[in-house]
Design a protein around this ligand. Sequence first.
Ligand SMILES: C[S@@+](CC[C@H](N)C(=O)[O-])C[C@H]1O[C@@H](n2cnc3c(N)ncnc32)[C@H](O)[C@@H]1O
Length: 364
Amino acid sequence: MDSTTLQPTTFRTENRPTVAVQRFRQPADIFEALFQSVQGGEAHARPTLELAPESPFLPFLEIGFALRARMEKPEHHDYLLQRLRPHLSVMIGTLPASILPMGMLPKLAPLPGFRELEDISDDEIHHWLIQEGGLIYGEMQRFELENYFDAIKPFLPPGGVMVDLGSGLGKVVMTAALTLPFVRCIGVELLNYRHRLAQERLVRLLTLARQGLAALPGALTLETPLRLPSGVMATGRHLLDLGSRILFLENDMFKVDVRGASLVFLYSTCFGPLMDAISDKLARELPEGALVSTTTYPIKHPAFRLLQSHAPGTLSWTSVMIYQRIGPEMAQPASEARYLHQPDADAWEIRAREDLADMTGGGT
Ligand SMILES: C[S@@+](CC[C@H](N)C(=O)[O-])C[C@H]1O[C@@H](n2cnc3c(N)ncnc32)[C@H](O)[C@@H]1O
């Protein structure tokens, strides 16, 4: 059978009912309590970005404020739509989520010196929209991650380093560290508040692990054989050293070198326009044999061979692709337009006018 079309039929389709762990009788109880502690990130409260002169997001805020100012006044809607129209290929949703009422822009006046939309170039709007789309949050459900690690397990040698680029609240990183015997699992997240939430969750995870280990009837030693949730055999070190096996970095994924990774996880469903840049980076940095998985968007770079492609509704609600870095080092640039989609601009404008009218209580 062609391995790229392999579709295991044993994938879970929903989460098992959650039964709170009352007592730690065996390591499996500790694992269950730890998995339960990392659920629920999708529902987290989204604070707005801080509006301070030293914020690294100042350029992002400036353009967001300029767009939002136009959105708030019906007489400016024509101009707003005219400026957004050339960039539909990189826009997720009808209007950018962060300028909507529940979006990430603070409800404050712009800082002195912030430019108006007329003074912001098309190129700046284009790149703002790409960044804006990437900041949308979403995560896989527990059963989808179980499916994912089942699928990836046969391709992974024991040990190795897992990296999640855009790690959000850290669910995948912590799930990976519990599920498989990675030496290290690293999450890289751009937004400070998400990074902080991941750190808080890690503290909770480690506290719970310590409590569980202390409560076990027989002490787990570094060398005690331990069956991991994935069925892989490891030793007590896996849980005893959990804290040193997980690391969260607050950084831009393009500034972090992933040379040492054996698996790069990308929940790339909102990274469509970034896929070329990400593929080029991974082709430059990853060693031969390293694995990369993506959701929704494929990698189209000759340095990567598709190992498995899982259709939407099988492993996860969206498609999941698993690739392997092949061949010698290469830095072939990707073509600009390969991952861009081009929605029907007239249909978009109708939807956008309806949304704007709903928000501002008037026709546009
Ligand atoms: C869809 S969420 C996925 C979260 C996590 N990987 C998961 O699957 O549970 C994507 C995350 O990538 C982050 N992100 C977007 N652009 C980034 C960048 N350039 N560097 C690091 N993180 C980024 C977003 O803030 C968001 O938290």
